[in-house]
Design a protein around this ligand. Structure first.
Ligand code: SF4
Length: 289
């Protein structure tokens, strides 16, 4: 008989499963009839990132019948290595939530309620309002230092973007804002990182994070100031905990005692309203009233 190794394993495997099920008083047709279909069978898989916090954890989503049926951490992401925090996991519920508006909502001037409108109507209304504001407030020229110069801009419109949108979306957004003559352009960074970019610019010449999350695990001292990393960036904390396992000291300086303070070796609580002088070494933290 010509039997390959694979055929042999299949046959013996099935036989032993069959015998085991028979021992339990079950027969294969009954088991097959009761078996549920694999949940992800036939689903389209896509990769993305969790948009909740600046960790930017990798996620894998599965879509079936136009519905997101599963979301899980991407195991090859160096940030989260397959894990997701509760916010990232909860993210999977948003697309299918009944609470989530799926159509544009419009509130007419003076009205006290929102009404559903179609996408074409919403885009049309937005475009007309944008053009009206721009045309009514267009500045062709301006006098600067006694000289009339062409400025081609409007001061009536501001543009705000998110901090988690990708490069292509940023490119499109900024192109649109500039083409409209908008000069007041901002994004979430100003709100979330008002103090970070100036400090990082001074220290490293660049306002954005200069190293990947994974680098944290290689350090010997981690100083966390004014942040509740444990709850705000849980997957980033994994690297801090790895560093701690390897002997690093964790220092937390904050006005509140949080879960981050709990995992720190040293917690220094600041009292709002007092002037502090920071120490040359973390052993010497003290404050002046
Ligand atoms: S840490 Fe949590 S909220 Fe932040 S990106 Fe990862 S899964 Fe999302």
């Amino acid at each position: 008989m010509d039997l390959s190794r694979r055929d042999f394993l299949k046959a013996t495997g099935l036989t032993s499963v069959g015998l085991a099920l028979a021992g339990l008083g079950l027969d294969m047709p009954t088991v097959k009839a009761a078996a549920r279909e694999f949940k992800l069978k036939g689903a389209r898989e896509f990769t993305s990132i969790c948009h909740f916090c600046a960790c930017g954890c990798g996620v894998i989503g599965y879509v079936k019948d136009d519905k997101l049926i599963n979301l899980e951490g991407a195991s090859d992401s160096p940030i989260n290595r397959g894990a997701l925090c509760s916010k990232g996991l909860g993210y999977g519920q948003i697309p299918n939530s009944k609470e989530r508006p799926t159509k544009p909502l419009y509130r007419a001037p003076g009205s006290d309620h929102w009404e559903e409108i179609g996408w074409d109507e919403a885009i049309d209304k937005s475009a007309k309002a944008l053009k009206k504001a721009r045309d009514e407030n267009w500045k062709q020229t301006e006098v600067i230092d006694g000289q009339t110069v062409d400025v081609h801009r409007t001061d009536a419109i501001g543009f705000i973007g998110g901090s988690q949108i990708n490069n292509e979306e940023c490119y499109q957004n900024i192109k649109m804002a500039r083409a409209l003559g908008v000069i007041y352009i901002d994004n979430q960074t100003r709100v979330c990182h008002a103090t970070t970019p100036p400090a990082m610019n001074a220290a490293f010449g660049r306002g954005a994070m200069t190293n990947p999350w994974g680098d944290l695990k290689n350090t010997k001292l981690i100083w966390i100031e004014g942040s509740n990393l444990a709850e705000c960036h849980p997957m980033g904390l994994k690297n801090v905990m790895k560093a701690k396992e390897q002997g690093a000291k964790i220092v937390h300086v904050d006005v509140r005692y949080t879960r981050t303070s709990k995992i720190a070796d040293h917690f220094f609580q600041l009292r709002p309203g007092h002037r502090y002088r920071f120490p040359r070494s973390y052993h010497q933290l003290y404050y002046y009233e």
